[in-house]
Design a protein. Structure first.
Length: 164
Protein backbone atom coordinates (compact mmCIF):
# COMPACT_ATOMS: atom_id res chain seq x y z
CA UNK A 1 0.00 0.00 0.00
CA UNK A 2 1.29 3.46 -0.89
CA UNK A 3 1.38 5.99 1.92
CA UNK A 4 1.57 9.77 1.55
CA UNK A 5 5.33 9.95 1.94
CA UNK A 6 5.97 7.40 -0.80
CA UNK A 7 3.47 9.11 -3.07
CA UNK A 8 5.11 12.50 -2.42
CA UNK A 9 8.54 11.07 -3.18
CA UNK A 10 7.30 9.38 -6.35
CA UNK A 11 5.66 12.61 -7.53
CA UNK A 12 8.74 14.74 -6.92
CA UNK A 13 11.06 12.18 -8.45
CA UNK A 14 8.96 11.89 -11.59
CA UNK A 15 8.86 15.69 -11.86
CA UNK A 16 12.66 15.80 -11.59
CA UNK A 17 12.98 13.12 -14.21
CA UNK A 18 10.65 14.92 -16.63
CA UNK A 19 12.49 18.20 -16.15
CA UNK A 20 15.83 16.51 -16.70
CA UNK A 21 14.65 14.94 -19.95
CA UNK A 22 13.16 18.27 -21.06
CA UNK A 23 16.43 20.05 -20.26
CA UNK A 24 18.43 17.55 -22.29
CA UNK A 25 16.00 17.69 -25.22
CA UNK A 26 16.11 21.50 -25.48
CA UNK A 27 18.40 22.87 -28.17
CA UNK A 28 21.12 25.22 -26.94
CA UNK A 29 19.62 28.23 -28.73
CA UNK A 30 16.24 27.79 -26.99
CA UNK A 31 17.91 27.44 -23.63
CA UNK A 32 19.90 30.64 -24.02
CA UNK A 33 16.74 32.52 -25.08
CA UNK A 34 14.92 31.23 -21.99
CA UNK A 35 17.77 32.25 -19.71
CA UNK A 36 18.03 35.73 -21.27
CA UNK A 37 14.28 36.34 -20.93
CA UNK A 38 14.31 35.19 -17.29
CA UNK A 39 17.19 37.55 -16.49
CA UNK A 40 15.44 40.55 -18.04
CA UNK A 41 12.19 39.73 -16.23
CA UNK A 42 13.91 39.34 -12.87
CA UNK A 43 15.71 42.69 -13.25
CA UNK A 44 12.49 44.62 -13.87
CA UNK A 45 10.37 43.18 -11.06
CA UNK A 46 10.36 44.25 -7.43
CA UNK A 47 8.71 42.76 -4.38
CA UNK A 48 7.41 44.18 -1.14
CA UNK A 49 7.56 41.75 1.77
CA UNK A 50 5.39 42.23 4.83
CA UNK A 51 6.01 40.68 8.20
CA UNK A 52 3.20 38.24 7.46
CA UNK A 53 5.12 36.99 4.45
CA UNK A 54 8.22 36.05 6.43
CA UNK A 55 7.32 32.35 6.36
CA UNK A 56 6.77 32.50 2.61
CA UNK A 57 10.14 34.20 2.23
CA UNK A 58 11.83 31.49 4.28
CA UNK A 59 10.15 28.81 2.18
CA UNK A 60 11.23 30.46 -1.07
CA UNK A 61 14.84 30.80 0.08
CA UNK A 62 14.88 27.18 1.23
CA UNK A 63 13.28 25.99 -2.02
CA UNK A 64 15.88 27.87 -4.06
CA UNK A 65 18.71 26.24 -2.13
CA UNK A 66 17.13 22.80 -2.45
CA UNK A 67 16.48 23.25 -6.17
CA UNK A 68 20.07 24.36 -6.76
CA UNK A 69 21.35 21.31 -4.90
CA UNK A 70 18.95 19.03 -6.78
CA UNK A 71 20.03 20.53 -10.12
CA UNK A 72 23.66 19.89 -9.26
CA UNK A 73 22.84 16.29 -8.34
CA UNK A 74 20.83 15.84 -11.54
CA UNK A 75 23.77 17.13 -13.57
CA UNK A 76 25.91 14.52 -11.83
CA UNK A 77 23.38 11.83 -12.73
CA UNK A 78 23.29 12.91 -16.37
CA UNK A 79 27.03 13.40 -16.79
CA UNK A 80 28.48 10.65 -18.96
CA UNK A 81 31.94 11.12 -17.46
CA UNK A 82 30.85 10.32 -13.90
CA UNK A 83 31.28 6.84 -12.51
CA UNK A 84 28.55 4.54 -11.27
CA UNK A 85 29.42 5.16 -7.62
CA UNK A 86 29.16 8.94 -8.01
CA UNK A 87 25.83 8.56 -9.77
CA UNK A 88 24.55 6.22 -7.05
CA UNK A 89 25.60 8.72 -4.36
CA UNK A 90 23.86 11.55 -6.23
CA UNK A 91 20.70 9.45 -6.59
CA UNK A 92 20.73 8.58 -2.88
CA UNK A 93 21.15 12.27 -1.99
CA UNK A 94 18.19 13.13 -4.25
CA UNK A 95 16.10 10.51 -2.48
CA UNK A 96 17.15 11.90 0.89
CA UNK A 97 16.31 15.46 -0.13
CA UNK A 98 12.87 14.38 -1.32
CA UNK A 99 12.13 12.43 1.84
CA UNK A 100 13.27 15.33 4.07
CA UNK A 101 11.14 17.78 2.10
CA UNK A 102 8.15 15.46 2.47
CA UNK A 103 8.74 15.12 6.21
CA UNK A 104 9.01 18.92 6.58
CA UNK A 105 5.68 19.38 4.82
CA UNK A 106 4.06 16.65 6.93
CA UNK A 107 5.29 18.30 10.14
CA UNK A 108 4.01 21.71 9.01
CA UNK A 109 0.58 20.16 8.37
CA UNK A 110 0.70 18.50 11.80
CA UNK A 111 1.37 21.84 13.52
CA UNK A 112 -1.35 23.54 11.48
CA UNK A 113 -3.93 20.85 12.30
CA UNK A 114 -2.96 20.32 15.93
CA UNK A 115 -2.11 23.83 17.09
CA UNK A 116 -3.74 25.94 14.36
CA UNK A 117 -0.43 27.74 13.75
CA UNK A 118 1.34 28.43 10.48
CA UNK A 119 4.94 27.32 10.57
CA UNK A 120 8.14 26.79 8.62
CA UNK A 121 10.21 23.72 9.41
CA UNK A 122 13.78 23.00 8.32
CA UNK A 123 15.32 19.60 8.99
CA UNK A 124 19.10 19.26 8.85
CA UNK A 125 20.63 16.07 10.20
CA UNK A 126 19.38 15.71 13.81
CA UNK A 127 18.38 19.38 14.09
CA UNK A 128 14.83 20.53 13.44
CA UNK A 129 14.20 24.27 13.38
CA UNK A 130 10.58 25.36 13.72
CA UNK A 131 9.55 28.95 13.05
CA UNK A 132 6.00 29.83 14.06
CA UNK A 133 4.19 32.88 12.66
CA UNK A 134 2.91 34.16 15.96
CA UNK A 135 4.42 36.83 18.18
CA UNK A 136 2.49 35.71 21.24
CA UNK A 137 3.96 32.32 21.93
CA UNK A 138 4.40 30.66 25.30
CA UNK A 139 6.92 28.16 26.56
CA UNK A 140 4.08 25.73 27.17
CA UNK A 141 3.00 25.88 23.51
CA UNK A 142 6.60 25.53 22.34
CA UNK A 143 7.06 22.50 24.58
CA UNK A 144 3.86 20.93 23.21
CA UNK A 145 5.07 21.52 19.64
CA UNK A 146 8.45 19.96 20.46
CA UNK A 147 6.77 16.87 21.95
CA UNK A 148 4.42 16.52 18.96
CA UNK A 149 7.33 16.69 16.52
CA UNK A 150 9.50 14.31 18.56
CA UNK A 151 6.66 11.75 18.57
CA UNK A 152 6.99 11.58 14.76
CA UNK A 153 10.58 10.29 15.00
CA UNK A 154 12.01 7.12 16.50
CA UNK A 155 15.41 8.65 17.26
CA UNK A 156 16.07 11.69 19.45
CA UNK A 157 16.09 15.03 17.60
CA UNK A 158 17.28 18.47 18.66
CA UNK A 159 14.22 20.67 18.11
CA UNK A 160 14.11 24.44 18.42
CA UNK A 161 10.97 26.57 18.25
CA UNK A 162 11.12 30.26 17.40
CA UNK A 163 8.19 32.68 17.25
CA UNK A 164 8.14 35.45 14.64
Amino acid sequence: MINKQKLWFLTLFSLILVLAVYYIALPDASLSKLLDSDITKSNTSSAVINEEDSLATLRIEDDEKVLAEMEELQNTLLDKNKGAEEKNNAFEKLKTINSIKGKENALEELILKTFNLKSFIKIKDDNINVIISSKSGSYKDANSIIRAIQNEFKEKKYITVKYQ
